[in-house]
Design a protein around this ligand. Structure first.
Ligand code: DQA
Length: 148
């Protein structure tokens, strides 16, 4: 069975209690369940990982090469700052879809810029946690059409 990796960055472990007016009331556990179910419907196996540490996210991205067919990634605040994460995404051939729960374009100015976007296969922004489901559907279509 083909595999997908779900990666979530810093502070996303606090979803449900963190700024619910921006991020909603659903938890990281709900997201993992939604993504697992969506992957399962399409016969993909999912591994999920969340970290508050940049290096741990980079380790996961590096390890993905050769082991998974695609990555669904919400880099959270590292989206806007991390050259190291961008370089890791750039270093692998596995397609990465960037997801943001909130619409980063109608918030603070600094959230409008993504370091990761130029090296991502696509972005899903502003659809709440449903964005993760959309990202799974999109990445699987891409994987299948490219014969990965
Ligand atoms: C986020 C948006 C980021 O700007 C922020 O730092 C997050 C979450 C989102 O999913 O909307 O932590 O990636």
């Amino acid at each position: 069975m083909k595999r997908l990796l779900l990666l979530n960055g810093p502070n996303l472990n606090l979803l449900g209690q963190r700024e619910p007016e921006t991020y909603g009331s659903q938890t990281l556990e709900d997201i993992v369940q939604l993504v697992t179910d969506t992957a399962d419907e399409l016969n993909y196996e999912l591994t999920a990982f969340q970290s508050n540490h940049e290096g741990e996210l980079i380790d996961q991205i590096q390890n993905a090469e050769g082991n998974v067919s695609g990555i669904i990634f919400n880099p959270a605040a590292y989206t806007h700052t991390s050259v190291a994460i961008r370089d890791a995404v750039s270093a692998i051939s596995v397609p990465v879809i960037e997801v943001h729960i909130s619409n980063v374009h109608n918030r603070e100015e600094f959230r409008r810029h993504s370091m990761i976007a130029p090296v991502s296969a696509g972005q899903v922004i502003g659809f709440g946690i449903d964005g993760y489901r959309l990202a799974v559907l999109g990445i699987i279509k891409k994987i299948e059409s490219e014969g990965r």
